[in-house]
Design a protein. Structure first.
Length: 318
């Protein structure tokens, strides 16, 4: 799958260079996404391809990231920077709360929605663990270091009263599958659209169990996360529905990216939908209406496009 994404990106870049043969100077943007093994990297390939198809004077370079926390943090200091993040991190950053208490994120603006994250908590089947509370006393990888998944897992563990009872192993999530196979951890969490590549990978090589979140625990955090269900049969050996939680994800930029550039890339993104729909099945679920759920004001350049097509953007209030 990784080779396919790289091949698509290479083709997109080749098309851009061909289009720029006339000598017109390009605007160069960074699109900060996720690890190359993540479905969000595939999403980034689709976004970059659509932008460069519809705005040949814009060159997009996809940059790997250990997680959304890093993406948001870097938005304060990077130029010509577009990034992806769950909406909860954006809201916290703009208000200077929690891990973003240093402030300086008021310029973040929303562009367009992406498929949301769905939490997966996976353990070895032979661990005998069938409930999240049973992770107390165990070594568990809460998500990739620097990812939104870590924050979500910590919030859930806190609601369950086990946050201080689980040994959290903070490593690059690329090492997660091997860590579980080698018994260095009982399991791991990943925040990803369905199907998650890492879960499919480990389920294909060993029996696993996905742990759900019970309604009583969900009620304690329902104001932050939406209810989601991973259907039975999504992963090998998981023949039961899994009640879990999710978050909306979006693409963002800051006001330092010009209105004209953002107008061009927003128009190119939406008008070249077939390009990004091909990169992953979940991309077909993107809805224009979700622009109003991204927890930040819409960038003036994106707003110009949405008004142009007659889409009503609601005024955002913190």
């Amino acid at each position: 799958m990784k080779r396919v994404w790289v091949a698509v990106l290479t083709a997109c870049l080749a098309a851009v260079f061909a289009a720029g043969a006339g000598g017109e100077e390009k605007v160069r943007l960074i699109l900060k996404s996720a690890r190359q093994a993540s479905v969000y990297y595939a999403f980034a390939v689709g976004q970059a391809g659509a932008i460069m198809e519809g705005a040949p004077d814009v060159e997009v370079t996809i940059e790997e990231s250990p997680g959304s926390m890093v993406n948001v943090k870097e938005s304060r200091i990077r130029e010509n920077f577009v990034f992806t993040s769950p909406t909860t991190l954006i809201s916290s950053a703009r208000q200077g709360k929690g891990d973003f208490s240093e402030g300086g994120y008021e310029k973040i603006r929303s562009l367009w929605p992406l498929p949301g994250i769905i939490m997966h908590w996976v353990v070895r089947e032979d661990s005998g663990i069938k409930d999240l509370k049973e992770l107390a006393g165990q070594r568990f990888i809460p998500g990739g270091a620097g990812s939104a998944g870590v924050k979500v897992t910590e919030t859930v563990f806190d609601a369950l009263g086990i946050k201080d009872k689980v040994t959290l192993v903070l490593i690059d999530l690329n090492e997660g599958v091997q860590a579980v196979k080698n018994n260095r951890a009982i399991g791991f969490a990943t925040s990803s659209s369905v199907p998650a590549g890492m879960i499919s990978e480990i389920a294909a090589t060993m029996p696993i169990r996905l742990l759900g979140l019970e309604d009583v625990a969900y009620e304690k955090i329902s104001g932050q996360y939406s209810r989601r269900v991973i259907p039975a049969g999504t992963y090998s050996g998981v023949d039961y529905d899994v009640n879990t939680i999710g978050q909306i994800v979006g693409a963002y930029a800051t006001l330092d990216v010009s209105e004209d550039v953002v107008y061009k890339i927003t128009r190119a993104f939406w008008e070249n939908r077939p390009v990004w729909e091909k990169t992953h099945p979940a991309m077909k679920l993107i809805q224009l209406e979700d622009v109003n759920l991204l927890k930040a004001p819409v960038h003036p350049g994106a707003l110009r496009y949405y008004r142009e097509i007659g889409f009503e953007v609601k005024e955002y209030k913190e």
